[in-house]
Ligand binder design. Structure first.
Ligand SMILES: [Zn+2]
Length: 712
């Protein structure tokens, strides 16, 4: 789905996703994270300015080496009184008309553009905006003094709520002034460099992205000065009662890189481990891609369970930082975003490639390092998740901007990551890596699109890659490939295997991995499939016994229903899914309805239990005897062996003979059913779950089956 920031130069936030998935943690502690690159200012701009925004979308401004706009900001923040007072001098080296924006909660005692007063502002939503008319005389100097109150920090908010609230918040436990809250005056739709002086009461530490130029602390005050001289999309400010640990490393070019942790005292002991992990990641990616583009990297703790990535830092909730696997996964992902996302900026109007590439070179690369089996398991998860989407629910990669819901992550992160895997399989690891290094050298601090990426891969590999990129980027969905026929014949010397493959329209050009098992072992072949139906012959020396299509799951495709065992998510995300509630009345009926609503997150399509079963995915909820009776009445398979008689409640999926998925939720009694309301929605990736009260005591996915045909 296209988020609004696709059309602006300052898109609001980026992805967030659950870091709990697959990590075997309690579903209640869902950390989520966000990264943001541009801000979306379009939503609060006056109608007058909307035209400017729209035209900016069609003609992306090139990023100049030196920013046209520069901010020199000094802010004093009192987290206890929740006040902010600031002064900014904006230098604009452009003669065009500009829009100056500031949160409307702030008052402006003084504002000047060169020698003239700032004039009246127009108010839209939470923002106020001034038009600054064009002037040939450059540079122009805009000076703004502002002050006001900050909202109280609410540590009970979860990540999406923090995002949705979008307010500058402060308290002694922490201050977070998100760029999009308008906490400082800025020029809409423009990248800018900046210098920020932060003044806080003693005991507090504060930072923004960029280089720490100087800091000092006296008995009653802490001051720090940061600068960020590359053109960037916005400024977020964080402060808190931090203990700061530092470690200086030497980057690839010999330059020093300052690593810091800004941790709350209760997790200060985690600092050494985090510092050494960050160092490891920077070394990994410098060797793999090229020099780290900044002079520092900080890990900053947040009193709310948020997760943001910005250039030179990541801002993660205290509880998130405590999770043992964060250092091994999310941290590396956020460090890598300093190359992809915050080092080279995606051209959002043409699709965000940075999440897919980051997922491929971080999350997936760590699995490859762990073992081939772990990497295959991740690919299987991607394909299984994709298979759980109903046709038409996904969108082409070129329309992906940021994660807004489950389907957009399945495409924007996973499909894109798998596309990079197929590209590496096609070009070879060495060529693939050289192309990425060239892309980095050429595009650092520039806005780059999928087209630029394709150009880099073509130039280095000297291969024409238009159709490859085209089919994976501009089409929604995925190919469906099956073995239509397979046989063997005896030759004078050796044997011949004949395999006919079919794919549904529109046809893709695919390199289909095919394994032939012979009396001596397994051989891998690659079949170039271009048409809807195509026959291949392969000669082998010893007697061939079986052929298997893509056994290693390296091809992005829609798994056939046999290959993709049904998971609970299917009836959660499929908008055609119906709900059948077996309890007919009373409190337990209400509980079943609430649970169904939580799982499907939309108004329910209820079908009475007595009706015959329509050919749509269905969620069935009831008490044990009701469920057993209903399954028998509809001649469906009974309770699976693996869940039978266990726990106080169970949920499992069934693939009906026509391929349609059913999810069944069965509880011993009303209380056991009510206990599922909170945890069950977190188990979408499972085929079955067993609960004891609200605690999952068993879970798993039905085994996937490969497409194999015995030869005779
Ligand atoms: Zn990311």
């Amino acid at each position: 789905m296209a988020a609004p920031q696709a059309k602006t130069w300052r898109g609001n936030d980026g992805d967030y996703r659950q870091i709990s998935s697959g990590a075997g943690m309690s579903p209640v502690m869902d950390g989520v994270r966000i990264r943001r690159i541009w801000r979306n200012t379009a939503w609060f701009l006056l109608p007058l300015f909307v035209a400017t925004v729209a035209s900016a979308a069609s003609t992306p401004p090139p990023v100049a080496e030196a920013a046209e706009i520069d901010y020199d900001i000094t802010v004093r923040i009192d987290p206890v009184k929740r006040t902010i007072e600031g002064r900014s001098i904006i230098t604009a080296k452009t003669s065009e008309e500009l829009t100056l924006v500031l949160g409307r909660r702030f008052e402006v005692p003084r504002g000047r553009v060169d020698d003239s007063p700032l004039g009246p502002s127009a108010i839209t939503g939470k923002m106020r905006a001034w038009r600054i008319s064009g002037d040939k005389q450059i540079p122009r100097r805009i000076e703004v003094h502002w002050r006001g109150e900050l909202s109280a920090l609410d540590t009970s908010l979860d990540h999406p709520q923090t995002l949705g609230r979008n307010e500058p918040a402060s308290g002694s436990a922490g201050t977070f002034l998100p760029d999009s809250s308008g906490w400082y005056p800025y020029i809409a739709e423009k990248l800018a460099s900046y210098r920020v002086n932060i003044e806080l009461p003693s005991g507090q530490r504060g930072l923004v992205a960029g280089r720490l130029v100087e800091e000092s602390e006296s008995d009653d005050e802490y001051r720090a000065r940061f600068e960020f001289l590359a053109p960037t999309g916005g400024i977020d400010l964080m402060a808190g009662p931090y203990k700061v640990e530092t470690n200086t490393m030497r980057g690839a070019g010999g330059k020093p890189i300052e690593l810091r942790t800004y941790f709350h005292p209760q997790i200060a002991d985690l600092a050494p481990d985090y510092l050494s992990s960050v160092k490891g990641y920077i070394e990994l990616y410098e060797a793999w891609i090229g020099e780290y583009p900044f002079t520092e990297f900080s890990v900053v703790s947040s009193p709310t369970p948020t997760g943001f990535g910005m250039p030179t830092l990541t801002y993660l909730g205290i509880e998130v930082l405590r999770l043992p696997f964060i250092r091994a996964t999310s941290l590396g992902h956020e460090v890598l975003h300093n190359w992809w996302g915050n080092g080279v900026y995606p051209d959002y109007a043409l699709g965000n490639w940075s999440e897919g590439l980051t997922t491929f070179m971080a999350d997936y690369a760590y699995k490859e390092r762990e073992s081939p089996g772990a990497a295959r398991e991740m690919r299987r998860g991607w394909l299984r998740d994709f298979a759980a989407l109903s046709p038409g629910q996904d969108a082409p990669l070129t329309t992906f901007t940021s994660r807004t819901h489950g389907a957009s992550q399945i495409v924007g992160y996973n499909k894109a990551a798998m596309m990079f895997l197929m590209l590496r399989d096609l070009l070879g690891r060495e060529t693939f890596d050289r192309a990425l290094q060239a892309f980095w050298r050429e595009q650092r601090f520039h806005i780059a699109s999928w087209v630029d990426l394709r150009g880099a891969f073509q130039a280095v590999s000297k291969q024409e890659l238009n159709s490859f990129f085209d089919q994976w980027l501009t089409r929604a969905g995925a190919p469906v490939v099956r073995i239509a026929e397979a046989g063997r014949t005896k030759l004078d010397s050796g044997h011949r295997v004949t395999v006919t493959l079919e794919q549904t329209a529109p046809e893709y050009r695919l390199r289909v991995p095919m394994a032939i098992r012979t009396e001596e072992g397994e051989e891998m072949h690659t079949l170039d499939l271009e048409r809807g139906r195509q026959t291949f012959t392969l000669d082998v020396r010893t007697l061939p016994l079986e052929v298997t299509l893509d056994p290693d799951l390296r091809l992005f495709r829609r798994l056939m229903s046999d290959e993709a065992p049904p998971i609970l998510r299917q009836i959660m995300v499929d908008r055609t899914a119906i709900a059948i509630l077996l309890p007919e009345s009373g409190e337990v009926r209400g509980t079943a309805e609430t649970l169904a609503g939580k799982l499907q997150n939309r108004s329910l399509k209820l079908v009475p239990p007595t009706d015959s079963l329509p050919p749509a995915p269905a969620l069935v909820i009831g008490l044990e005897e009701q469920v057993d009776a209903w399954l028998t009445r509809h001649q469906l398979p009974g309770r699976p062996e693996i869940v039978r008689g266990k726990g106080s409640a169970q949920a499992w999926t069934v693939s009906r003979s026509d391929g349609v998925t059913l999810a069944v939720v069965s509880a011993r009694d009303a209380a056991s059913l009510a206990a599922l309301i909170r945890p069950l929605p977190h188990y979408g990736r499972q085929s079955y779950v067993i609960f004891d009260g609200a605690k999952a005591i068993g879970r798993g996915a039905w085994p996937t089956r490969v497409q194999a045909v015995k030869l005779n």
